[in-house]
Structures are given as C-alpha cells and as structure tokens.
Design a protein around this ligand. Structure first.
Ligand SMILES: Nc1ncnc2c1ncn2[C@@H]1O[C@H](COP(=O)(O)OP(=O)(O)OP(=O)(O)O)[C@@H](O)[C@H]1O
Length: 216
C-alpha cells in the first residue's frame, strides 16, 4: 500500500456555507503531515470526513485502497486509522483509564492476555502507569490527552489523525508526545503550534478558504 488516504474534489458545506471547496489530499505511507489554518477553516471537519462522521456533498474518498461512501465502509477505517479528538472528553468514555485503553484492542479481537501486555506497554511508554486505576473524569486535561493518545497507540493504527495533540501539555508531556511521534511513520497533525509542527512533520499544509496549500 502506497497511499493511506486519497481524497479528490471534496466539497463540504454547513447549511449554505462552503467549508471545504474542491479539496484534494493525499497521505502516503511515511508522510508526517502538519496541518495549519485559521480558526474555523475546516481542519476538524476534514478529519471527521475521513473518519466518516460527516458526509461530504461531493468528492471521492479512497482510504486503505478502497472507496468509502456509506457508513459500513468506515468501520474498517475507524479500526485502522487512529483519531485523537481535539477535546479528550469526546474520546474517553470508560469508567477507568485501564478500561479505556483496553476498549480498542478488545474490540479488535485481541485476547485478555494480549490486551494486558498492550496496556502495560503503552502506559509505560506514556508514563501513565500510576493513572491506570483512576476514574477518567478525575484526570487533568493534560493527563486525559496522554490517556487518549495511549488508547489510540494501543490499537496500532496504520495512520494517526491528531487534532491539536500538544494543546494543554506541559514541557515533559510534550517531549513524550514528540518521542512517540518519532516512533511512528504516518500521521496528519492539526496544530496551531508552528515550532512543534516543524519538529515533527516532513510536509506542512495550510487549509484556507476551503483548499489545501503546501507550505513545506
Ligand atoms: N454543526 C455545525 N453547524 C454549522 N457550522 C458548524 C458546525 N460545526 C462546525 N461548524 C463551523 O464550521 C467551521 C469549521 O469548523 P472546524 O471545527 O472544522 O474548524 P477548525 O479549522 O478545526 O477550527 P479550530 O482551529 O478553531 O479548531 C467553523 O466555522 C465552525 O463554526
């Protein structure tokens, strides 16, 4: 597989307002893409369309070499592409951190033994072992972000879509995030932090007036 995502001629409107206007996007294996753009430009909307949460008016969406149109086409997409929501509260819904991280791999059919090993590995990597038994709602914003990242990492996706992953992270947690990204090969990151994006991206695009412009 060469292209993970191949989108052509995407048009999306909220009511009569055009958000994405004949937009093309390719994410190839090995692409580490940074996506910037003004508030309200449509960056999150684009990620939601890739995951099948929003339906475009027009456009061809090929993900993992298959055209995706209907709801059922996106089941595989959601199993193999990891989305980090901008708001961690949209991501975390289990009573405890441990259950939240276990949810994805259990859903993928991993055994309880395998899931236990995965939880140990990702919790250790993100330095959140001490949080595993804690209720999710009692975590701080930065802790929630790390737990959400660990939950996606646990699913071993082929590509990550990360919506402002560094927002609210302290220096140490941001360094962890960067270390994590260096172990991954294919991702698209939405962020307003240009220095962070320069450090972790090999291509940078700007979304403006409904279209993507390559800056780097
Ligand atoms: N359900 C909705 N109905 C109407 N307009 C909406 C709806 N959801 C989002 N929008 C609008 O669509 C536009 C694009 O939103 P989106 O969240 O994709 O922007 P963004 O580029 O991710 O912005 P930010 O950088 O602020 O996170 C915004 O102007 C937003 O107000």
């Amino acid at each position: 597989m060469e292209k993970v995502i191949d989108i052509k001629g995407l048009v999306f409107k909220y009511n009569d307002r055009v958000i994405l206007d004949d937009l093309d996007l390719e994410v190839r294996v090995g692409d580490r893409i940074g996506l910037i753009g003004p508030n309200g430009a449509g960056k999150t909307t684009l990620l939601y369309i890739i995951m099948g949460f929003l339906k475009p008016l027009k456009g061809k969406i090929i993900i993992l070499e298959k055209e995706r149109k209907e709801e059922k086409d996106f089941i595989e997409v959601r199993q193999r592409i990891g989305l980090l929501f901008q708001d961690s509260d949209s991501q975390l819904f289990c009573p405890t951190v441990k259950e939240d991280i276990a949810f994805g791999p259990l859903n993928l059919g991993k055994s309880h033994e395998e899931v236990k090993e995965i939880i140990d590995k990702v919790a250790h990597f993100f330095g959140i072992t001490h949080l595993l038994e804690r209720p999710v709602y009692k975590l701080s914003g930065g802790e929630k972000r790390l737990v959400a990242l660990a939950g996606i990492f646990a699913m071993n996706p082929v590509c990550y879509l990360l919506d402002e992953p560094s927002a609210g992270l302290d220096e140490q947690s941001k360094a962890k995030l960067i270390e994590f990204l260096k172990t991954q090969s294919t991702y698209l990151i939405v962020s307003h932090e240009k220095d962070f994006l320069k450090e972790v991206s090999n291509k940078i695009f700007k979304l403006e007036k409904g279209k993507l412009f390559q800056l780097l």
